[in-house]
Design a protein around this ligand. Structure first.
Ligand code: ADP
Ligand code: ADP
Ligand code: MG
Length: 673
């Protein structure tokens, strides 16, 4: 029988996603939240909610006992773990069962069997599923691993057996680099997964990542819901996903699907799972020979693309299967309809090597949802992206009859996705979906790296139209302030209330200086009745305009009408115009800041995080690029390197200490060239 109440042991978009389906099925939802998430969307959507501890995940979302206590208090009958956190924790699945709760996921034994990539490969190999050539044995002796790597042949990939989320992997190009890469991989694996064991694989160049969605019930039925192509990755993490995989033959699709179902059956699988394969390039751009990589025993981040092409709700299937029902369909009843794409919108800065960006979202505008456009998110305008959790803001999913049409939908939806307050990867994604390789489905995991120059160009410079829009937003604000002042002074005719330029200036104009990176551009606005005369870099143009009810800005520049969104926050102006975002800083020439001395000083933390390694000592003379300190923040390691040849003066933090953004990590003296 269907549950009457479940607890969702997660946060963010996936918690919201699960709640929506559960509530549609008449199932009451219990949320859990950390102190940092008290006002979060998933808490608002739930029918009841329990605080389970402080912000850090290990003190809240990873505390199984606290979550079970909330389940007991609320009378929930089942626990949906989402993805990440405790979703692949077999002990937690066991603890749920012991507490009399249904774990809405696979049996603990199946999680255990797939929890180690090495053990998983062993099982899959025996079940006849093809494996990437490599070593996944018990012995972890460094000399033996080196011999195995030499035998496999370089490049070799070292992977954490317990790894996930693209973490704990090292590519080794030659024998001489192996030992250092192994040590670094083991350190990261131990720190992130509490397990230093690794496996080795032949590193395939230009492979595709194709995965199969599988589903099984408790009555012995198992089937596959086709494939997803997740080849577009950065640092082994998925960026864009799609279904079905382009350029795959029906025969290959069937054999991969059957191999995946065999894999699921080999471990007595129940519920939703994903069998990930890596495919070698075949003829033309087609997917060739494929190998098993790992199985993820949970709902995957990218499951919506499968939902869009099958018309099914995978969370509904999870709930039905967990409630003991049979799979709602048989393999023969499943068909692929159209094409779906998903883009992961992250708070991160592509220009700063994709460093996660934290802060409050002050403005959030998204494309309208329809049967073509779906947005899965866990945040609203006003919410903060904190350093404690994954910086994903939303998943943008589009569907259409075929890939080119879906691609066109994605382009226009991305152009309408506007975020201010944190830096995001939306423009990077927008360039990605128009780049030749992606548009023609010339897919492999190196696509982003190969097209770096095109995907990460210098930020678009504001032209006359953008400068005019920014100037208009600023001039309207000046006008509004002046009117407010006049109203306050009680004398509407007061000269202090006029906004027609510098009131004590006989020349009726206002100079606005906009800064974009290193570049400064000045716009002079002369006040004329009902309009402005602008001196722009490209010449003189007349301007007028107004804010619209929906918050957008309309400008008449000479004989053209321009439509834009301009968001002002402090001295920053974000202009969203024709699908591009321009960040301009209004620079008051009177306020000249003291530039920091580039020749001596300190190295600051680029973001809040924890020091996990100090690689230098005070007094050390180091070369440019020498790694000095490793910070861990937002589930990633960031290495602070020497900006040039110089001397480490003193080190301000110890391993294990938490640092704030901008904190001085160490004193450093650059040597003159
Ligand atoms: P894969 O493990 O194959 O990369 P996914 O792309 O579905 O599969 O997820 C990546 C991993 O990142 C997940 O295993 C999950 O542990 C983690 N992760 C992603 N997003 C979040 C999130 N919002 N909260 C917690 N963990 C997350
Ligand atoms: P995770 O648990 O982090 O998802 P995976 O084993 O699924 O780890 O690998 C993640 C990604 O790393 C893959 O999608 C693929 O892009 C790349 N990768 C993994 N194994 C190989 C390999 N043998 N050769 C080339 N790339 C690989
Ligand atoms: Mg994976």
């Amino acid at each position: 029988m269907m549950f009457s109440k479940i607890l969702i042991a997660n946060r963010g978009e996936i918690a919201c996603r699960v709640i929506r389906t559960a509530q549609r099925l008449g199932v009451k939802c219990v949320a859990v939240y950390s102190e940092a998430d008290a006002g979060a969307l998933h808490v608002d959507l739930a029918d009841e909610a329990y605080c389970i501890g402080p912000a850090a995940a290990r003190d809240s979302y990873l505390r199984g006992e606290a979550i079970l206590e909330a389940a007991r208090k609320s009378g929930a009958e089942g626990v949906h773990p989402g993805y990440g956190f405790l979703s692949e924790n077999a002990d937690f699945a066991d603890a749920c069962a012991q507490a009399g709760l249904v774990f809405i996921g696979p049996p603990a034994a199946a999680i255990r069997a797939m929890g180690s990539k090495s053990a998983a490969k062993d099982i899959m190999g025996k079940a006849g599923v093809p494996l990437v050539p490599g070593y996944h044995g018990e012995s972890q002796e460094a000399a033996l691993l080196q011999r195995e790597a030499d035998r496999i042949g370089y490049p070799v990939l070292i992977k954490a057996s317990a790894g996930g989320g693209g973490k704990g992997m090292r590519i080794v190009d030659q024998a001489a680099d192996f030992a250092a890469a192994l040590a670094s991989c083991q350190r990261e694996s131990k720190a992130s997964f509490g397990d230093a064991r690794v496996l080795l694989e032949k590193y395939l160049t230009r492979p595709r990542h194709i995965e199969i969605q599988v589903f099984a019930d408790t009555q012995g039925n198992a089937l596959y819901l086709f494939e997803r192509d997740c080849s577009v990755q950065r640092r082994h993490q998925k960026v864009l996903e799609e279904a079905p995989a382009p350029l795959i033959s029906q025969a290959r699709r069937n054999s991969m699907g059957e191999a995946a179902v065999a894999a699921a059956k080999a471990i007595g699988y129940v519920g939703a799972g994903t069998v990930e394969f890596i495919a070698e390039p075949g003829e033309g751009k087609r997917a060739g020979t494929f190998y098993f990589m790992e199985m993820n025993t949970r709902l995957q981040v990218e499951h919506p693309v499968t939902e869009m092409i099958t018309g099914l709700d995978l969370v509904e299937w999870q709930l039905r299967v967990a409630a003991g029902e049979a799979l709602p369909r048989t393999q023969d009843e499943l068909t692929i309809n159209g094409h779906a794409l998903e883009a992961r919108i992250y708070a991160e800065d592509p220009a700063k090597n994709f460093l996660p960006s934290t802060g409050r979202i002050t403005h959030l505008a998204t494309p309208a949802e329809s049967r073509h456009v779906r947005i899965d998110t866990g945040v609203r305008a006003g919410d903060a992206i904190t350093p404690f959790y994954d910086p994903m803001i939303a998943k943008l999913i589009v569907w259409d009859a075929d890939r080119p049409a879906a691609l066109a939908r994605m382009r226009s939806a991305l152009a309408q996705f506007q975020v201010v307050g944190v830096t995001t990867n939306t423009e990077f994604l927008a360039r990605l979906v128009v780049c030749e390789a992606f548009a023609t489905a010339d897919l492999d995991t190196g696509l982003i790296e190969r097209n770096r120059a095109e995907l990460l160009p210098a930020p678009a410079l504001a032209g006359d139209e953008v400068l005019a829009l920014a100037a208009l937003a600023e001039l309207l604000a000046i006008e509004q302030r002046a009117q407010a002042r006049a109203a306050g002074s009680g004398d509407p005719c007061s000269p202090w209330g006029t906004s027609d330029g510098w009131r004590l200036n006989q020349d009726n104009h206002h100079i606005l200086v906009f800064r974009q990176g290193e570049r400064e551009q000045a716009v002079t606005a002369h006040y004329r009745p009902g309009r402005y005369e602008l001196e722009l870099p490209g010449g003189r143009q007349t301007l007028s305009g107004a804010w619209q009810k929906d918050g957008s800005l309309t400008a008449w520049l000479e004989d053209r009408v321009l439509q834009a969104n301009v968001v002002r926050s402090g001295t920053m102006l974000d202009v969203f115009f024709r699908g591009t975002r321009y960040r301009l800083e209004l620079h008051d020439p009177a306020l000249h800041e003291i530039e920091t001395d580039a020749h001596s000083g300190s190295l600051a933390a680029p973001m809040p995080g924890k020091v996990i390694a100090v690689l230098c000592t005070a007094g050390a003379k180091v070369a440019k690029g020498t790694p000095l300190i490793i910070l861990e923040a937002m589930k990633m390691e960031h290495t602070i390197i020497a900006p040039g040849r110089g001397t480490v003066k003193d080190i301000h933090y110890k391993v294990g200490e938490q640092v704030a953004e901008g904190a001085e990590l160490l004193g450093f003296e650059l040597e003159p060239d």
